[in-house]
Design a protein around this ligand. Structure first.
Ligand SMILES: [Zn+2]
Length: 464
């Protein structure tokens, strides 16, 4: 994510939802946990199962803001389950089936509690079909980026980090459970319906058009998006893969927004030269015109950019470089828990430095020296607390730590560390400890003291 120019400092009111789950006596089967225990997102995600695939069919009518959906989740029980939960904020559930059989269901706040007719043994794969609908709404934690579903008049934007997906489909809403997706979106003729991955065509019937998208690489739920409305959509290929960019029709056709996303392929190629092959089957970018979206988010294979980034005279390629760098750092290799968000943002910020140097503006050394001089070392990069998860310590101090590693091990080893990390962890999740261990293995020397000093030490570290 990149914070927009109008990002405000936020007063945080984390709703501390009741943690644990109620135990019941159900023989060998037990209820799945109500969340994954990530203190940055109380209530998010669930325990006891792993989702492998989401097949989503949603229909949205901007005339009355109503969404109807059918979600089929392919799930594997990771323990014997008597019941389990999905995250679903708002919306009304009409029907739930588990492996084709009607299942009991009830709502508990933003949780959908499902009790299948029979217990699900550990290791069993099963299909969950949820039919639902209603008027979707944003999530209340707007201070962390206006997450969730926004009606826009001509359409809608579903977007947000760390949570947003549960406002438009039932989901295990935490990056520790990545899954593949097929997404079908039906909207009135004339509107675009954009999402992640490879375009699988459109079809019209009775005044409605269905847009089909497929994301075949595992995706964290917060990286899924839905953008509906009046957009200028450009479709082509880049490096043998489809590239789909879209700019809201309300923005100028030849303005900075269009000029910036038009450089997506070029910037992705530059990053591939540093990080290794682009990790997904499609490229793209979407610029929305809604000022409530005060950030850009690295939604998988197709980042979404708020309009505030493109108010200058020329293109803003730095924000494009940042969101595209996340395709490697954050999307392909995702955080297992939000306290390690610097693994996404430190590297994406560093990628901005690399791009600016390549673009002939400011060297990486200069960026490093300038930032070092103004850094508040009292704020930690790892586990900064939820209120500071999008703060400078995560982004800028994180980038300083990345460059400190480069200075300590040299260019050759540094880029081997990055490429090896991305290749080994592709499509997975990881922690800070995983990265430090990988860097030490690749460099063949201890690096823990360096990372400790640059990531969490309370005073300015000595320059390596
Ligand atoms: Zn970012």
């Amino acid at each position: 994510m990149t914070r927009g120019p109008r990002w405000g400092a936020a007063v945080l009111a984390v709703a501390l939802l009741a943690g644990g789950c109620t135990r019941d006596d159900d023989g060998p089967f037990h209820p799945g946990a109500a969340d994954v225990g990530d203190p940055y997102v109380p209530g998010a995600g669930n325990g006891g199962y792993d989702v492998g695939h989401y097949a989503l069919k949603v229909r949205y009518d901007p005339a009355d803001d109503r969404l109807t959906g059918e979600a089929v989740l392919t799930v594997t029980a990771t323990r014997a389950l008597s019941r389990f939960q999905l995250d679903l904020a708002g919306l009304t559930v009409d029907r739930v089936r588990v492996d084709g059989a009607p299942a009991k269901h009830r709502r508990d706040g933003a949780e959908l509690v499902i009790t299948p007719p029979r217990g699900l043994p550990a290791g069993q794969r099963f299909a969950v079909e949820v039919t639902y609908g209603g008027v979707p709404e944003p999530l209340p934690s707007a201070e962390l980026g206006d997450g969730g579903f926004h009606a826009t008049g001509d359409g809608a934007i579903a977007l947000g980090q760390p949570e947003s997906a549960s406002t438009w489909y039932p989901v295990n809403d935490h990056p520790s459970d990545k899954a593949t997706y097929d997404i079908e979106v039906t909207v009135p003729d004339g509107l675009a319906a954009l999402s992640n991955g490879v375009p699988k065509g459109t079809g019209s019937r009775g005044g409605w058009t269905t847009w089909r998208w497929s994301e075949a690489s595992p995706m964290a739920s917060y990286l899924s998006t839905l953008v509906i409305g009046d957009y200028r959509v450009a479709t082509g290929t880049h490096g043998g893969k489809p590239i789909v960019t879209a700019v809201a029709a309300g923005l100028p056709a030849d303005g900075p927004a269009a000029a910036s996303v038009a450089r997506t392929g070029e910037i992705a190629d530059f990053l591939a030269g540093r990080f290794g092959p682009y990790p997904f089957d499609a490229y793209g970018g979407i610029v929305v015109a809604d000022d409530r979206i005060r950030y850009a988010l690295e939604t998988q294979s197709r980042p979404v950019y708020g309009p505030g980034f493109f108010r200058g005279a020329g293109p803003n390629t730095d924000v494009v470089a940042h969101e595209l760098a996340h395709q490697w750092f954050g999307d392909s290799v995702s955080v297992a828990r939000w306290s390690d968000l610097w693994l996404n943002e430190g590297f994406a910020t560093y990628a901005e430095w690399l791009w600016a140097e390549h673009d002939g503006r400011r060297t990486v050394e200069r960026a490093f020296t300038d930032r070092y001089a103004v850094t508040d070392w009292s704020k930690p990069t790892v586990d900064p607390g939820r209120a500071a998860m999008f703060g400078d310590a995560v982004y800028q101090r994180g980038a300083l730590a990345v460059h400190a590693l480069r200075r300590a091990v040299g260019d050759d080893t540094f880029f081997r560390i990055l490429r090896g990390w991305l290749a080994e962890r592709r499509d997975g999740t990881a922690t800070t400890a995983d990265f430090v261990a990988h860097a030490e293995r690749t460099a063949g020397k201890p690096l823990r003291p360096l990372f400790d000093a640059w990531l969490v030490g309370a005073s300015a570290p000595a320059l390596p």
